[in-house]
Design a protein around this ligand. Structure first.
Ligand SMILES: [Zn+2]
Length: 266
């Protein structure tokens, strides 16, 4: 687009814009917004199969949303309604996208959008399962020598070393789908099913404070830290899975906090 305009042309267009009335400006904004939705909508339906390409389109969406929201005059009912419609359309696509993404690496392209709809973050594991100051990250996601078997094995979650009985919180709203009390493996543990294909697991607990099939809110108290099952000391083993695959939860731990802070700073 920028290639088409030279300095002179741009000046002329700006001149035309300056001479437009309020009503005409609103109409122009309406047209730009409608065209953007139409074009990007088309781009999206074409790229549905390819997440990589979809990310590029998502960035464009973010940009257009930002630009359009900045430009829309607040006193105009038309553009306000149009803005709402645009947000709704984008939300629909984001929801679809959230179901498809395999892990958190694709989440960064959504960060701009989350600022417009932070409520979605309540449904995505996007914070720590323990309170700040209550834990120390003692084992990362990935290959390590298992502390009990001595064998090299993939560690499918994060370990938070924490004192016994420290409170454990759900990292997103969802339904408790599994409560197990075992002397081996994860020991006493909880699995919560969230929206968009996410699940979280909280292992080696002492107490479980929720029931099966119970709906819990994000940050709701669900149990307490212990050392049940195959564990060498008090810690919480925390897993996140997406569409059946266990993924690294590290990028999720400060996801919500980061976006909320950006919102406050605005
Ligand atoms: Zn672990």
């Amino acid at each position: 687009m920028a290639m088409v305009f030279n300095k002179k042309g741009l000046k002329r267009i700006l001149g035309h814009l300056m001479s437009l009335g309020k009503k005409e400006v609103r109409y122009l904004i309406f047209l730009i917004v409608a065209l953007t939705v139409l074009l990007l909508g088309k781009a999206f339906s074409m790229m549905e199969e390819d997440i990589g390409e979809q990310m590029v389109a998502m960035d464009r969406y973010d940009l257009s949303l930002k630009e359009n929201s900045g430009n829309a005059p607040m006193d105009s009912m038309v553009s306000e309604r149009e803005r709402e419609r645009l947000l709704f359309e984008i939300e629909e696509r984001i929801v679809k996208y959230l179901f498809q993404i395999p892990d958190y690496t694709y989440m960064s392209s959504l960060e701009t959008y989350f600022r417009y709809s932070p409520g979605l973050l309540d449904e995505i594991p996007s914070c720590t399962p323990l309170e700040k100051g209550d834990y120390r990250l003692s084992s990362a996601f990935g290959y390590r020598v298992h502390p009990i078997s001595g064998k090299r094995k993939k560690h499918m979650g994060l370990d938070f070393a924490a004192p016994k009985d420290k409170q454990v919180y759900a990292t997103a709203s969802g339904t408790v789908v599994s409560i197990v009390r075992s002397k081996t493996g994860y020991g006493t543990h909880i699995i919560i099913r969230h929206r968009f294909g996410f699940r979280t697991l909280y292992g080696h607990l002492t107490k479980i404070l929720v029931g099966k099939e119970q709906f819990v809110q994000q940050h709701e108290l669900i149990g307490t830290v212990g050392s049940s099952g195959d564990s060498t000391g008090c810690h919480l083993h925390y897993e996140v899975s997406k569409n059946g695959e266990k993924i690294d939860p590290i990028p999720s731990l400060d996801l919500k906090r980061k976006i909320i802070l950006e919102l406050i700073e605005r």
